[in-house]
Design a protein around this ligand. Structure first.
Ligand code: CUA
Length: 343
C-alpha cells in the first residue's frame, strides 16, 4: 500500500506538467476553447455541457463501483451466497430513465444549435458574402458584391454575419477558423458548395486551418481572418478597388520581370483571376505563402524554391522567359522590390 502511494506521489508532478503542457500549447486565436464570436461560443457551450454530463456520469458510476467493491468484498471465513437481486424493478427503472433524461439534456440544445448554425444567410442583404475556394495549398476568397478576388487573408467587419460559400478547386479540403466556429468540408465541384456563417465580436486576427488531409503541405495550408471595424472594412474595399498605384522607379525593373514571368498565373487587378493567388494587397499580408514571416529574405527564399517551403506546391521554380533558366538572384531581388509595392 505504501509503495503504491509513493508511486502515485512520484508520477503526480509529471501528470501535472503534462496537463499544463497539453492545455497550454497553441495560439489562443487558433483555439475552439477561446471563442471570439457567437457561433464558436455556442459550440463551446455544447462541448462544456456534454463534457459536464459525461464527467458527472463518470464520477457517480465510479463512486458506486468503488463503494460496492469495498463494502461488499469477500471477508475471511464468510462463504455465504449474497442476496440475489436481479429483476429489481425500481433499479431497472432508475438506470433506464436517468440516462434518457441525461441524453435529452444534451440532445435538445445540440439539435437546436445544429439547426441554428445551418441558417442560410446567402440571401441576407445585411450579411457579408464571401466565396471560399480551397486549392492545394492556398485559399481563394471572392467578395462577389465588391468584385474583389483575393487570397490567404479574409477581411471581415466585426459584429456582422459573414456568409461563406465554400468549395474546392481540386481535392477535398476543410475550412476551419477554430476561434470563430466551424468547421465545414470544402469539396470539389460546382454542385457541392457548402455554406457556413460566422461572426467576430472584436477586431483581431483569427487563424484558419485546412482541416482535411489534402496532400504533402496540408499542415501548411492556413489562412488569416482579419476582423476589423466597419469603417476599416470599407476603407479596405476602397483600397482594393482603387486603380493600381504608379510603380515607383526603383521597382520598374521588377515590374517587367513580373509581367514576363508571373502575370500569367498571378493577377494583380482586384478582380483578376488566375491559376495562382491574386496578389493585390500582397505587401500587407502577414505571411509569405501563408507560412513564412513577411520579409524580403523569406520572399526571396519562397520564389527561389517554393517546394522547399511548401512541399507539393504547384508554384514552380520560375524559368526566366529571357534565358530559359531559373530567375537569377538579381531578377528575384527586383521582383521582391516590385511585390513590396502592392500595398
Ligand atoms: Cu487543404 Cu488540407
Amino acid at each position: 500500500m505504501m509503495n503504491r502511494f509513493k508511486f502515485v506521489k512520484r508520477i503526480l508532478p509529471l501528470l501535472a506538467m503534462l496537463m499544463l503542457l497539453l492545455t497550454g500549447c497553441g495560439d489562443p486565436n487558433l483555439s475552439a476553447l477561446h471563442p471570439r464570436g457567437p457561433v464558436a461560443r455556442e459550440q463551446l457551450d455544447l462541448i462544456i455541457l456534454s463534457l459536464g454530463i459525461m464527467i458527472f456520469v463518470l464520477v457517480v458510476v465510479f463512486a458506486i463501483y468503488f463503494y460496492v467493491l469495498i463494502r461488499f468484498r469477500k471477508r475471511k471465513g464468510d462463504d455465504s451466497i449474497p442476496e440475489q437481486v436481479e429483476g429489481n424493478h425500481i433499479l431497472e427503472i432508475i438506470w433506464t430513465v436517468v440516462p434518457i433524461i441525461l441524453l435529452l439534456i444534451i440532445a435538445v440544445p445540440t439539435v437546436q444549435y445544429t439547426f441554428k448554425h445551418a441558417t442560410d444567410y446567402r440571401k441576407d442583404k445585411d450579411a457579408v458574402h464571401i466565396q471560399v475556394i480551397a486549392h492545394q495549398f492556398w485559399w481563394q476568397f471572392k467578395y462577389g458584391d465588391y468584385e474583389i478576388n483575393t487570397a490567404q487573408e479574409i477581411y471581415i467587419p466585426v459584429k456582422k454575419t459573414i456568409s461563406f460559400d465554400i468549395n474546392s478547386g481540386d481535392v477535398n479540403h476543410a475550412f476551419w477558423v477554430p476561434s470563430l466556429g466551424g468547421k465545414i468540408d470544402a469539396n470539389p465541384g460546382d454542385g457541392s458548395v457548402n455554406h457556413l456563417y460566422l461572426e467576430a465580436d472584436e477586431p483581431g486576427i483569427y487563424l484558419g486551418e485546412c482541416a482535411e488531409l489534402c496532400g504533402a503541405s496540408h499542415a501548411l495550408m492556413n489562412f488569416k481572418v482579419k476582423a476589423v471595424t466597419q469603417a476599416e472594412f470599407d476603407a479596405w474595399i476602397q483600397k482594393m478597388k482603387a486603380p493600381l498605384a504608379q510603380v515607383p522607379a526603383e521597382a520598374a525593373a521588377g515590374e517587367s520581370v513580373f509581367k514576363n514571368n508571373c502575370l500569367s498565373c498571378h493577377a494583380i487587378e482586384s478582380n483578376g483571376g488566375g491559376f495562382g493567388p491574386n496578389l493585390n494587397g500582397f505587401a500587407n499580408r502577414i505571411k509569405v505563402a501563408g507560412v513564412l514571416d513577411h520579409n524580403d529574405a523569406n520572399l526571396t527564399a519562397w520564389i527561389k524554391d517554393p517546394n522547399a517551403v511548401k512541399p507539393g506546391t504547384l508554384m514552380p521554380i520560375v524559368q526566366d522567359k529571357e534565358t530559359g533558366k531559373p530567375l537569377d538572384d538579381a531578377k528575384i531581388a527586383d521582383l521582391v522590390k516590385y511585390l513590396n509595392t502592392f500595398k
